[in-house]
Unconditional design. Structure first.
Ligand SMILES: Nc1nc2c(c(=O)[nH]1)N[C@H]1C(S)=C(S)[C@@H](COP(=O)(O)O)O[C@H]1N2
Ligand SMILES: [Mo]
Length: 240
């Protein structure tokens, strides 16, 4: 296993030649290599999402000045109710869990500053995330020997995405309940979203409801539509 990326042989999504080639080019140049056509095609693929947001919701969006674009596949955004919300962790684990937000916050608190990149080309630098390292949560549920992947299921159906167990165990993978010093807002996925800074934003499931621990990697929402499963920033182009 390559510790820096979490890859191992079984998890390589692409021929090694291309991966190494793009990997050495870095984000800026590999973006150029995409060329206009590929870039536009990806932009167009996500444009309907933005148009699908009802006017009332769109008006509530934060100013574009902060760099974020708010995405949802099935607006309006799910409503978070602290009295009923639970994060369920189930599947191939020794100890399934069902945690309230307060219980989740009792797990070791972690904070990091990282850049956020959407595969369509926009980024937000220096986002300060507060939450729980996924590895700390996994330690609590103890995945069993067959466990290989995690499916992150959103309250917003049918949004889902996955990480392999190795990827999920990288130290900067978090479940975030705070952003830039404030509780995570509804449009950004309250109460909790997945944060995987080394991969494109579509891996970061908002309005998280459940984590299924599985023995196979089930394709996520955008992966079912042709985007790379291993969405390493600068080393995946969004197409498989
Ligand atoms: N539930 C859900 N999570 C989601 C998405 C979505 O449409 N629904 N979009 C993803 C994509 S493609 C990106 S780039 C980020 C955008 O985060 P933001 O809406 O907080 O800006 O959310 C990710 N998580
Ligand atoms: Mo995205």
């Amino acid at each position: 296993m390559d510790v820096e990326t979490g890859n191992d042989d079984a998890e390589k999504g692409r021929p090694i030649g291309r991966r190494v080639f793009l990997g050495t080019m870095g984000l800026g140049i590999s973006s150029l290599l995409w060329g206009d056509t590929a870039w536009r095609a990806i932009g167009d693929a996500m444009a309907p999402l933005v148009r699908a947001v009802p006017a009332a919701v769109r008006d509530a969006l934060p100013s574009p000045a902060d760099g974020w674009r708010i995405y949802a596949v099935n607006p309006p955004f799910p409503e978070f109710d602290a009295a009923t919300w639970r994060l369920t962790v189930a599947g191939l684990v020794g100890e399934p869990a069902s945690l309230s937000l307060d219980e989740l916050k009792q797990l070791p608190r972690s904070e990091q500053v990282s850049d956020f990149h959407c595969v369509t080309g926009w980024s937000v630098p220096d986002v300060r995330w507060t939450g729980v390292r996924l590895s700390d949560l996994l330690a609590r549920v103890t995945p069993d020997a067959r466990a290989r992947a995690l499916s992150f299921v959103s309250l917003e159906e049918p949004y889902v995405d996955t990480l392999t167990l190795r990827q999920a165990s990288l130290p900067d993978v978090m479940l975030a309940y705070g952003m830039d010093g404030r509780p995570l807002t509804r449009e950004h996925g309250a109460p909790v979203r997945v944060v995987m800074p080394r991969m494109y934003g579509y891996k970061g499931v908002k309005w998280l409801a459940r984590i299924d621990v599985t023995d196979v990697v089930a394709p996520g929402y955008w992966e079912q539509r042709g985007y790379d499963r291993d969405a390493w920033v600068g080393r995946s182009n969004g197409y498989s």
